[in-house]
Write a protein of this length. Structure first.
Length: 504
């Protein structure tokens, strides 16, 4: 606007400098006058629109937040020169048991399976058994017919672990009909439990593990067992070439669109909302639909859930609207490129728009990749999830809207790779702040933003040791409440030079 005015002005003054008749001068003056009025009207219309934008109702929804410097928004937390360390100790021996076999049925979604498989590698090592490539769950909610080699690079898996555990693709022909011991391992067990379990080799040559999610203990395992878990999880379980290649391409596309991007794990999917009973911000019809789904899903044990109590307790995934308020309060500008790592968002655009009107630059794999590129992926939830995983690992900032297997795995992997920035929402604290907005006690803006940032000062993915269970919790409940091993493999698989010297 200003430029346009300036150039028109200089043009008219050059016309004046020529000799002209009084009539034409008058004409020019008139034209200039008319033009000025025209410009004035245009300009005042702009002011009017600006005023409209500032009118209370709209500004309450879309406040300007102060701009923070890029390093605060994007830089990885200081990591004190820590680095990955997965090498075994000098006394470590690989297990090459070649006449006993462990078969595993891996259950759950992608990240539950990955953690389970890495643990079963360690169990096969402890039990001195040959591991048969795990079968993947085809019956779960995820309904994915993929086999191991569709999702993972099978040869790489076998080769990477060859000095740790013997791994074969199938049971030898002569053992196919041999009797098997069947076990559900008990969760959070340590080495002595599995050493005792080796008694079964007296009677059987094959041990079948019915579910892989009976997890090893998080803590108090020998360093060499913990490091083997890391070698399995971070090195051996690489995705298949088809997934790795497309994942890499999509990351490059994101990086060509913007210097930096946030990967947002927006766990606002129907199953999650139904399972957790979280209905805040949903219509009555939607709440009812979720209740019916929960009622009809047999393996979800808890049916009666008080949505208000869930939410206040910090047990609900953030809604798209809450995520928008959160990101804005953290200081991210509206132009920020956000990749949404998720399945189908519940309610589709009706709910998503509550995020996108604050942050319009939102993309998914469906908008980044062509139909053809996604063809093999769309009916395979675990393979799609693998793409989300890669893009989340490579993002500048990762933000999960809920805790879960994916959020934990990505957070831990980013810690392992050098404490890449992960902002973990304090959902309980945030809900209290959001409720203050809703009741009008607080308004969005710099003081609200200050509260949100203070709450997340130490939730940026910076180095710290894995946390134990909260004090006061006793017995079996402890293990469940500990920070998971793959969520934070520090100190065993992340070392500074001093720590390495002490341990090897
Ligand atoms: C593991 O099993 C093999 C036989 O398959 C045996 O030779 C070896 O001694 C066993 N290792 C241990 C530590 O028990
Ligand atoms: C749910 O919990 C809240 C807070 O404890 C309570 O006020 C409300 O009455 C409960 N609702 C139902 C339906 O029980």
């Amino acid at each position: 606007m200003v430029n346009f005015r300036g150039s028109s002005h200089s043009k008219s003054s050059s016309i004046f400098s020529r000799r002209s008749s009084p009539l034409s001068i008058m004409l020019y003056v008139f034209i200039l006058f008319a033009f000025s009025i025209f410009i004035f009207i245009l300009y005042s219309k702009d002011i009017l629109e600006d005023e409209e934008k500032k009118s209370p109702s709209i500004s309450e929804m879309k406040p300007k937040s102060e701009q923070l410097p890029d390093d605060i928004l994007w830089d990885a937390p200081f990591s004190y020169g820590l680095r990955p360390c997965v090498k075994p100790s000098a006394r470590y021996k690989g297990a090459q048991g070649y006449d006993r076999y462990m078969t595993v049925r891996s259950n759950g979604g992608l990240n539950q399976m990955r953690a389970g498989i890495a643990d079963m590698v360690a169990v096969a090592h402890i039990m001195n058994a040959t591991l048969v490539i795990p079968q993947l769950d085809k019956r779960s909610f995820w309904q994915d017919t993929s086999i191991f080699s569709d999702i993972f690079d099978e040869i790489h898996f076998i080769m990477t672990l060859q000095t740790d555990v013997r791994i074969v693709k199938e049971l030898p022909k002569e053992l196919e009909s041999a009797p098997r011991a069947r076990k559900h391992f008990s969760s959070w067990s340590g080495v002595s439990y599995y050493e005792e379990m080796t008694q079964i080799w007296k009677d059987y040559q094959i041990l079948h593990v019915a579910k892989s999610d009976s997890r090893l203990a998080n803590n108090d395992l020998p360093l060499d067992v913990q490091r083997l878990r890391c070698r399995a999880f971070y090195h051996a379980l690489r995705f298949s070439p088809a997934i790795e290649n497309l994942g890499k391409k999509l990351v490059e596309r994101l990086q060509s669109r913007s210097e930096r991007y946030i990967a947002l794990h927006l766990r606002y999917e129907k199953d999650m909302l139904s399972f957790t009973g979280c209905t805040h911000g949903l219509t009555e019809a939607e709440s009812e639909e979720l209740r019916v789904m929960r009622e009809n899903t047999n393996h979800w044990k808890i049916k009666n859930i008080n949505a208000t109590e869930q939410r206040i307790g910090g047990l609900c995934p953030l809604t798209p609207k809450e995520v928008g308020i959160f990101l804005q309060a953290l200081g991210y500008p509206p132009s920020t490129l956000i990749y949404i790592a998720a399945g189908e968002i519940y309610g589709g655009n009706a709910h998503l728009s509550e995020l996108t009107y604050r942050f319009p630059n939102v993309v998914y794999k469906e908008t980044l990749a062509s139909k053809g590129e996604l063809k093999g992926f769309s009916n395979h939830a675990s393979q799609s999830a693998a793409l989300d995983y890669i893009i989340s690992i490579e993002s500048d900032v990762f933000i999960p809207s809920h805790s879960g297997n994916m959020a934990r795995a990505v957070e831990g992997h980013r810690r392992f790779l050098g404490h890449r920035k992960t902002v973990t929402p304090d959902r309980r604290g945030l809900v209290a702040l959001f409720d203050m907005l809703e009741s009008g006690v607080q308004k969005e803006g710099s003081s609200f933003s200050h509260l949100v940032r203070k709450l997340h000062k130490n939730r940026q993915g910076g180095p710290r040791q894995r946390e134990g269970a909260p004090s006061g919790v006793k017995g079996r409940a402890r293990s469940r409440l500990e920070e998971h091993f793959y969520q934070n493999p520090y100190p065993e698989c992340i070392c500074g030079s001093k720590i390495t010297v002490r341990w090897t």
